[in-house]
Ligand binder design. Sequence first.
Ligand code: ADP
Length: 213
Amino acid sequence: MRVIFLGPPGSGKGTQAKRLVASHGIPQISTGDLLREAVRDDTPLGREANGYMTAGNLVPDRLVIALLLERIRRPDCGGGFILDGFPRTLAQAEALEEALKEKAQPVEVVVNLEIDTGEVVERLIGRRVCPNGHGEWHIRFNPPKEANRCDRCGDPLIQREDDQEESIRTRMEAYSRDTKPLIDYYRNQGLLHTIDALGNLDQVTGKIERIFS
Ligand code: ADP
């Protein structure tokens, strides 16, 4: 199964996509996670992407497209994948379509998570992540077992640099300008399923599972 998650920053794409990995046995691919990993490892790509990400701007298409296409060519994607955070521009969507057409393995489902902007800002401001990439929590909606510590390694949680108010605003603008047009793009292809992303994690997962069944 080849699935795309669309939705504004903070809509829960990453959290929901990760939940589906266990139940569907296909990898979740987050360009945000791949880019943050490149930044942590201080690779040439990471050094180029870092400034864009901190400010909340999109990383240039040429970098992200190359990164994603390399990732989906790996053997673990043979049975499909869940893309979370890609595509984010029309150029990215077209590059993906082209690459999958060559293999006759098109995208089958696009899940569009719809949510109000006010709610999203509260979610992002309260988000805390593990500095070692073990996951993310929310101070109110999904707190870790021990206050402000990673459930897996116990290290103190941190706030993502782009979860500061200024960057959040920039990310929301980038979403409206560059990513929102993809809703029509996939609706026109008959692939779009929009769900209300408000509600607790299990409720939203339930709605997504209903789309797949
Ligand atoms: P969110 O969806 O909450 O904004 P992500 O972790 O998906 O967070 O992305 C974080 C940042 O990584 C983005 O603000 C952007 O700078 C960069 N990024 C991730 N995916 C893409 C993409 N497909 N195209 C361009 N930039 C991207």
